[in-house]
Design a binder for this molecule. Structure first.
Ligand SMILES: Nc1nc2c(c(=O)[nH]1)N[C@H]1C(S)=C(S)[C@@H](COP(=O)(O)OP(=O)(O)OC[C@H]3O[C@@H](n4cnc5c(=O)[nH]c(N)nc54)[C@H](O)[C@@H]3O)O[C@H]1N2
Ligand SMILES: Nc1nc2c(c(=O)[nH]1)N[C@H]1C(S)=C(S)[C@@H](COP(=O)(O)OP(=O)(O)OC[C@H]3O[C@@H](n4cnc5c(=O)[nH]c(N)nc54)[C@H](O)[C@@H]3O)O[C@H]1N2
Ligand code: SF4
Ligand SMILES: [Mo]
Length: 666
């Protein structure tokens, strides 16, 4: 044996496995599934995060304005006492927990167990900022809130429609699957508000005006129904709601859609025809659809498109490509304020009581908890007094973050458990150092719902501890039943008991496999997960963004991702190789707008919204007139607005802004 440890990549939800040398921490790609010998730069340089000298070394406690060392035992005891005191005074819902889609299934499982045994459903994770609109739409339409097919199926489909999603930057390794499909003749259609790197390989490039996606989807369905290209058998036998959709899309002619979306009517006809005639196809989508006030409806529209064509099971798949390395696992483990583990509704009495009995109590709270994005108003209103955050950086990742920072400052108790002193940690009363990804073992679930075991490759840094150990101590200090775990495997075995598909499986089996799909590899092949087994075609109309451009703020601002930066940058900005690769951030502006404002490549510009302003260098080209795109990784959320969609996700992808040339960056 090589002695290399098989570790799940700590970055994106594609879920590559890294082979880590325990002595040098050097990384090589795993040659099996899912990454097949490939890694992107982030995975390749992941060890630089572990060895960063910025790592948190020991627990710290705020005393006045200073953070002073405190022992683990004292820190946990004081935190538990404070939480109990707040519960005594204000009730359990005055406390909230933010779980982390960066940590293992076991760790997410333990945190939501703590929250619910403590008495609250105030438990959430960054899925709320991300694909929760997809979860809600999928639940409504097909009954299950997750990706339907494995990555391997992508290679067999005749068409791939990529919508508001830029995997060339965000899931680089899935691009290999798309390229292999293309080499076999698959048609690739890309819909985005700008010419992305992903678009470079498209047969059909649809550059759309921000926020007009429903109009495009409806126009494509208009063409497909009109030209009788839809799958009549499938629609009749496996769906309900066709006549309403047919009626709704009648007025969305390609000519009408051209005026709204900016895409030529002929291109819409051709793309719709090509997708429908392919005979099989995947739809892959990302934040370009979900991060709008119309997020749920945007996703419903493209699910309708797939259902009309019968692109389900062997003939197609729905791919809401998940963001963080364990965001899918966090959801399955129940770290969401509206669902129990497995996306089971809180109101499902049978399941809830079963979970309660496994945990040694009678029942669990039934009322929906606060969404992550609702916490800040709750603090302002005096209803939320304490927040326990594991691996999340809301002071940077939440919309209109000035408001969030004010709320963080007002809390009676803020605990931050992270590997780094994050921007959020500046407001913490207690700062707990967590062990990083390869310093602990546990299981993770990637976007295709594959549970993978991640091995420990080295000892925790300084006095840091694995999150599951910290949470076990906390559960015990709070006096909750069952927090006696001596190993992470005991937690794995416990969560296996919650899922009928895993009940018979063992942790050993998981360790010795290329992963286990939960609940199974392909969903909806024969029937949908809805009560009657049929999918719902749900007609949707175009919905306006929350804040539209006007004379004062004439541009549309969108926020996007870059390959070598990751989310709030706490990890990637501490990785010297990635910082070197990344170069300086740039704001994209169209040639015409730049000429009008006298802006040239490399000039400093100031971008301002009703919330705030930031400065950045300009890059001319790549976006249509009227649109400005900035990377989200730095201070973009000084600008964004806090309006939420039905699933609680902010409209990160649409704000009204103005732009001017300035002399310098500060
Ligand atoms: N390198 C890197 N990889 C990452 C991450 C990272 O930060 N860096 N983050 C991870 C996470 S958490 C996530 S959720 C995923 C996200 O992965 P993606 O969804 O691919 O990420 P984004 O760049 O935020 O948005 C995708 C695209 O939406 C487009 N867009 C914006 N507005 C609209 C619109 O109105 N309509 C349409 N059709 N398109 C629009 C943008 O131009 C952008 O190209 O990436 C994951 N992978
Ligand atoms: N404007 C704009 N804003 C956005 C978006 C956008 O597209 N535009 N996208 C949104 C989306 S999709 C997402 S997912 C969010 C992401 O928002 P966040 O989840 O807040 O962002 P990250 O930077 O990924 O933060 C993860 C944190 O986990 C810590 N961490 C890493 N490993 C461990 C570990 O093992 N244990 C512990 N305890 N901590 C660990 C890291 O140090 C880091 O502080 O941002 C959202 N915000
Ligand atoms: S594609 Fe995603 S999982 Fe794979 S190495 Fe890159 S960041 Fe890691
Ligand atoms: Mo995300």
């Amino acid at each position: 044996m090589s002695g290399l440890k098989s570790v799940v990549c700590p970055y994106c939800g594609f879920g590559c496995k890294l082979l880590v040398d325990p002595k040098t921490l050097r990384v090589k790609p795993h040659h099996g599934e899912p990454n097949r010998g490939k890694l992107c730069p982030k995975g390749l340089h992941a060890a630089e995060v572990v060895t960063s000298k910025d790592r948190l070394k020991r627990p710290l406690k705020r005393v006045g304005s200073a953070m002073v060392p405190i022992s683990w035992g004292r820190a946990i005891e004081e935190i538990a006492n404070k939480l109990l005191e707040i519960r005594e005074l204000y009730g359990p819902d005055a406390v909230a927990f933010i779980a982390s889609s960066k940590v293992s299934n076991e760790e997410n499982y333990l945190l939501q167990k703590i929250a619910r045994l403590f008495g609250t459903n105030n438990i959430d994770n960054c899925a709320r900022l991300c694909h929760e609109a997809s979860v809600h739409a999928l639940k409504l339409a097909v009954g299950a809130g997750a990706q339907t097919n494995p990555y391997e199926d992508l290679e067999g489909f005749n068409a791939i429609l990529i919508w508001g999603y830029n995997p060339a930057e965000t899931h680089p390794v899935v691009m290999d699957y798309i390229l292999r499909a293309k080499r076999k003749g698959a048609k690739v259609i890309v819909v985005d508000v700008r010419e992305t790197r992903t678009m470079a390989l498209a047969d059909y490039k649809l550059v759309i005006r921000p926020g007009t996606d429903i109009t495009l989807a409806n126009a494509m369905m208009h063409v497909i129904i009109r030209e009788e290209l839809y799958n009549e058998d499938f629609v009749r036998s496996r769906t309900r709601g066709f006549s309403e959709v047919k009626m709704t899309v009648r007025k969305y002619t390609p000519e009408y859609a051209e005026r709204v979306t900016g895409i030529p009517a002929e291109t819409i006809r051709e793309a719709a025809g090509a997708f429908a005639l392919a005979g099989s196809g995947a739809i892959m989508w990302g934040m370009g659809l979900t991060q709008h006030v119309s997020g749920v409806e945007n996703v419903l529209a493209i699910i309708d498109l797939a259902l009309l064509l019968g692109y389900i099971g062997e003939r197609g798949g729905l791919y809401p490509m998940r963001g963080q390395n364990n965001v899918q696992g966090a959801a399955y483990m129940g770290a969401l304020s509206e669902f129990l583990p497995g996306y089971v509704p809180l109101t499902d009495e049978r399941f809830r009581k079963r979970v309660a009995s496994i945990w040694g109590v009678e029942d669990l709270p039934t009322e929906r908890g606060l969404y992550l994005t609702e916490l800040w108003d709750a603090v302002e209103e005096g209803n939320l007094r304490a927040l326990y955050i594991v691996g999340e950086n809301p002071a940077v990742s939440e919309a209109d973050f000035i408001r969030v920072r004010e709320a963080l400052r007002k809390l009676d108790l803020l605990v931050v458990q992270d590997i780094f002193p994050t921007r959020t940690a500046r407001y913490a009363h207690y700062l707990l150092p967590a062990a990083a990804f390869c310093e602990k073992s546990g299981s993770y679930m990637n976007s295709e719902r594959r549970i993978q075991w991640s091995e420990k490759a080295c000892e925790p840094y300084a006095d840091s501890k694995p999150d599951w150990e910290i949470l076990t101590m906390l559960g015990r200090a709070l006096g909750l039943p069952g927090f006696n775990y001596a190993s992470v495997e005991e937690v794995t075995a416990e969560y296996f008991r919650l899922f009928p598909e895993l009940e018979e499986r063992t942790v050993e089996e998981l360790k010795n496999s290329d992963g286990i799909f939960l609940p199974r590899k392909r969903l909806h092949t024969w029937e949908f997960a809805t009560p009657d087994g049929k999918a719902r075609l749900i007609a949707v109309e175009q919905i306006s963004p929350w804040e539209t451009p006007d004379e004062e703020y004439p541009f549309v601002l969108t926020t996007v991702r870059l390959i070598s930066h990751y989310n709030t940058g706490e990890m990637t900005l501490r990785s010297p190789s990635l910082v070197k690769l990344a170069g300086e951030p740039e704001a994209l502006i169209s040639e015409r707008d730049a000429a009008k404002l006298g802006i040239a490549d490399g000039d400093w510009v100031e971008i301002e919204t009703r919330r705030g302003r930031i400065r950045m260098r300009a890059k001319v080209g790549g976006v249509p007139q009227g649109v400005v795109a900035v990377p989200f990784h730095f201070k973009a959320n000084r600008l964004t607005g806090s309006a939420l969609n039905k699933a609680g996700t902010p409209e990160f992808k649409y704000s009204a802004c103005r732009v001017r040339k300035v002399q310098e960056g500060r």
